[in-house]
Write a protein that binds this ligand. Structure first.
Ligand SMILES: Cc1cc2nc3c(=O)[nH]c(=O)nc-3n(C[C@H](O)[C@H](O)[C@H](O)COP(=O)(O)OP(=O)(O)OC[C@H]3O[C@@H](n4cnc5c(N)ncnc54)[C@H](O)[C@@H]3O)c2cc1C
Length: 359
């Protein structure tokens, strides 16, 4: 580990120790505290890979891995900035115009903007290229009409990343374009979709003739598909894909709840955790080398999800002796578990990506 990584880890630990929060499982998706996110930004712990002129530190994706790992291990409330910092900023830096980068990257690095992902639609989930939301030109601008679903955090977002169809082509992967949409635009209706526990994380977002400025197109018109595939590597290939249940694992150990059987099983889990760590670090290294590790990221997601489910199964028999705070972590892990295999791409689809070895 480099000195920079060590320093970043220490700075994250300092902030985590100072901040008043209750650790939770799945904190990158449901631990929401915009003040915490903004404090990370003030301390230079967000956007560490971005150019300095856009609020970054010109570090590596391995540095960013160190920051993310510390935050996730602590179960810190990072959901407010996660999507924007993980994949929107990097996507803008790869494909956006300089004007777009100047407009969005500095506020994202300060966690002032919160992004939701408008990819999935009622008939376009695993088959994302089937997107039907339409964007048509209106002078220098665009008008967007369509329906997005499962849009996590849209009710709290300032902006929506939107994948829309800008032309009808024979190949459905062609004719897609990426946009940024302001969530306070007239014509947007956000309706909650409650999960099984009655909690509100995701939404349906209906767009009716929504105005989008021409400068808010990301990259080339019609090149949305290859661009979004690159974005999915950031989405699928990070440590959040195996550390969502880590706060539960450590809380059980700290409370000394593990019996002999659990301790034996723990050795196997600890070994797998190391494998996943190294594997996922390879994604970061590949990104640093300028690659888009789609297949490798799909493997991280698939194996990480299996690991998280096995942590829950490991903890289950120990719960009768657990106190309320540990049972709360267990409940959070169980509640997030079915969705973890689906969000960001279903497990079977990950296997399909891996089998085809898609780049
Ligand atoms: C917690 C959570 C948060 C989410 N947040 C967002 C978000 O913020 N933004 C967003 O755009 N989307 C979001 N999604 C949507 C998510 O990306 C989709 O649910 C996912 O891509 C699957 O699409 P689908 O639900 O339409 O299922 P379908 O595509 O209908 O698939 C259903 C099942 O069919 C099987 N299947 C489908 N295709 C294949 C195939 N080719 N090969 C083998 N099996 C297959 C899989 O088992 C799959 O689980 C979220 C989902 C969840 C659960």
């Amino acid at each position: 580990m480099t000195d920079t990584c060590q320093d970043l880890r220490r700075r994250v630990r300092d902030l985590v120790a100072e901040w008043d929060f209750t650790p939770r499982c799945d904190s990158w998706a449901s631990g929401y505290d915009p003040d915490f996110s903004q404090e990370l930004g003030r301390r230079g712990l967000l956007a560490v890979t971005w150019p300095k002129e856009f609020g970054g530190a010109e570090g590596t994706n391995v540095d960013r891995f160190a920051v993310s790992e510390e935050l996730l291990r602590a179960g810190a409330p990072v959901a407010a900035h996660w999507v924007g910092e993980r994949q929107i900023g990097p996507s803008l830096l790869r494909h956006g115009t300089r004007e777009l980068q100047e407009e969005f990257c500095p506020p994202l690095a300060r966690a002032e903007y919160r992004f939701a992902l408008g990819m999935s639609e009622p008939d376009a989930g695993s088959d994302l290229a089937a997107v039907r939301t339409k964007a048509v030109r209106d002078g220098d601008s665009w008008r967007v009409t369509g329906r997005k679903i499962w849009t996590s955090g849209a009710h709290r977002a300032t902006h929506l990343y939107l994948l829309a169809r800008t032309s009808q082509e024979e190949d459905k992967h062609a004719g897609l374009t990426e946009f940024i949409v302001s969530m306070d635009s007239p014509g947007i209706t956000v309706s909650p979709i409650l999960d099984l526990r009655g909690e509100h994380h995701f939404n349906e977002v209906v767009l009716e003739d929504v105005h989008v400025p021409g400068r808010w197109v990301i990259g080339d018109i019609g090149a949305g598909w290859p661009q979004v595939v690159g974005q999915l590597s950031f989405e699928r290939g990070g440590p959040e894909r195996f550390l969502s249940t880590y706060p539960l694992l450590t809380a059980v150990l700290r409370a000394n709840l593990a019996d002999d059987t659990a301790r034996r099983e723990l050795r196997a889990l600890a070994g797998r955790l190391q494998v996943l760590r190294r594997w996922t670090l390879e994604n970061a290294r590949a990104m640093d080398a300028g690659h888009t590790p789609s297949t490798h990221a799909a493997m991280s997601k698939y194996l990480g999800n299996k690991f998280e489910r096995d942590v829950i199964a490991w903890a289950r028999p120990l719960m009768p002796r657990a106190d309320r705070s540990i049972r709360a972590l267990y409940d959070q892990a169980v509640a997030a578990s079915p969705a973890s295999g689906i969000r960001g791409g279903a497990a079977q689809v990950m296997l399909s990506v891996i089998a085809k070895g898609k780049k």
